[in-house]
Design a protein around this ligand. Structure first.
Ligand code: GLU
Length: 454
């Protein structure tokens, strides 16, 4: 267990940790819970955004304190035998931020740079997201410090199963329910469910609800794989008209073409929108006439990235960001839209498909340029919402058809967008602050009726 605050990636030069243009927010709270007021630290930035919203809505101090740190931070180290017979010591995390609204819920990130601060931030964001989108969950997140691209399938299986055994006592179908995130997929979820079932000796009870994002053949839900992208597009369809944009006439660019980026692209394209520029870790591509998202997804599947895609031209990072589009969808990692990127983007709306892609400094620039940001806790909440549907299906031994999943997801997204709009109107604030206020209101009501033990 540790609250060390070092090593956030993607350093920013922001002068505050909260709302754009504001001085450091909540210094007193940060000090009391032992967080350094480091404006570049992702966790400090994330908590700062919450503290700003808390101030606008006048949230009681005790709730700010509770939410400023996770309940539990679990770090594990475990040995795994590689294919060549050598052993590696692997590091894993599970952070349980809050469970006032229900069991801890959130994905597992498999990435070589994964760090405690990232996991804490992402766990915190899950608390906010689950509250906003109206599912009965708290927030958690975990990860393994590993590069899945550098391991064989057999090595990954041993890493994932051993990690599961290391955290098995800290998760459970009614306590903490992991899911996929960057770098992890449905096969990994199947290994986790299988290992957990084996270890937990639940004697006939079905343990598959311990994790979501499983393959459909093993308790997964139809529509879960595309769910985050579907939620991004549901949010766009709901929010664009009031920003005077027509979804079916929009052009868009995408940063990151993994699960979230590629499904957002495919589904937005199906609505009539045109994708003209895409970037990922392998390069930047552009085609003003349009890039077919399904065709590009097939290329990425085969080649591992957008580089080399023949039906678009390779371009520079600058050209990518400066491409004029209506909507820009960052769908890669956090802290990627800092001041320089925010100066370059040439769009009317940023739809945050990734978690925390925009730094406070980047957001300040976007706001000063009149660019609207659809915040991540709203925009990318589709994944956890369909995870909730998967969990409900597991617990009730039912399977929903795709039309039901899509319809129910849309209901949650439309309601969350409505709550965000209402908070913006009431407090006359930006959409990110409004989405946090809507999330905090639900948590506040839960704490008011639950009280604090003892
Ligand atoms: N990792 C996804 C997220 O950040 C999904 C979490 C889940 O389904 O529990 O929202």
């Amino acid at each position: 267990m540790s609250t060390t605050m070092t090593g956030s990636k993607g350093k920013t030069k922001s002068a505050n940790n909260g709302a754009p243009g504001a001085p450091i927010v909540g210094g007193k709270i940060l000090a009391e819970v032992g967080l350094p007021p480091d404006p570049d630290n992702l966790y400090t930035q994330t908590v700062g955004t919450m503290l700003h919203a808390a101030e606008v809505m006048n949230l009681p101090d005790y709730l700010k304190l509770i939410l400023a740190q996770p309940k539990n931070e679990i770090m594990v180290h475990f040995p795994v035998k590689m294919d060549n017979g050598e052993f590696r010591l692997v590091k894993g995390y599970r952070v349980q931020h809050n469970n006032a609204l229900g069991p801890y819920k959130g994905g597992l990130r498999f990435h070589p740079d994964v760090h405690l601060d990232d996991v804490k931030s992402l766990a915190f964001l899950m608390t906010m997201k689950c509250s906003l989108v109206g599912v009965p969950y708290g927030g958690g997140k975990g990860g393994i410090k590993v590069d899945p691209r550098k391991h064989s399938k057999a090595e990954m299986e041993r890493i994932v199963r051993r990690f599961t055994s290391a955290i098995a006592h800290n998760i459970g179908p009614d306590y903490d329910i992991p899911a996929p995130d960057v770098g992890s997929n449905s096969q990994h979820m199947a290994w986790i469910a299988d290992t957990y079932a084996f270890l937990s000796e639940v004697g006939g009870r079905d343990a598959s609800a311990v994790i979501t994002g499983k393959p459909v053949e093993f308790g997964g839900s139809l529509g879960r794989e595309k769910a985050t992208g579907q939620g991004v597009v549901d949010t766009l369809v709901e929010m664009l008209p009031e920003l005077k944009l027509k979804p079916e006439k929009s052009t868009f660019s995408v940063l990151g073409f993994g699960n979230v980026g590629s499904w957002s692209g495919r589904i937005f394209q199906d609505k009539g929108a045109k994708m003209t520029a895409v970037a990922d870790h392998t390069g930047f591509i552009i085609n003003e006439k349009g890039i077919d998202a399904a065709d590009l997804a097939a290329h990425v599947n085969a080649k591992g990235g957008v580089a080399g895609y023949a039906k678009a031209s390779k371009c520079s990072k600058e050209d990518f960001y400066k491409t004029k589009v209506d909507v820009f969808i960052p769908a890669a990692l956090e802290q990627m839209i800092q001041e320089p990127e925010a100066e370059m983007v040439n769009c009317k709306v940023v739809a945050e498909g990734a978690n925390a892609p925009t730094t406070p400094g980047g957001e300040r620039v976007l706001q000063s340029r009149g660019i609207e940001v659809l915040p991540a806790i709203l925009c990318n909440a589709g994944g956890v919402t369909v995870s909730y549907f998967e969990w409900v299906q597991n617990k009730t031994f039912k399977s929903w058809d795709l039309a039901t999943v899509d319809r129910e997801l849309n209901k949650h997204m439309v309601q969350a967008a409505g709550k965000t709009r209402a908070a913006r109107k009431k407090y006359n604030c930006d959409l990110r602050t409004a989405s946090y206020i809507a999330a905090l209101e639900r948590l506040q009501h839960a704490y008011e009726v639950r009280g604090i033990f003892p």
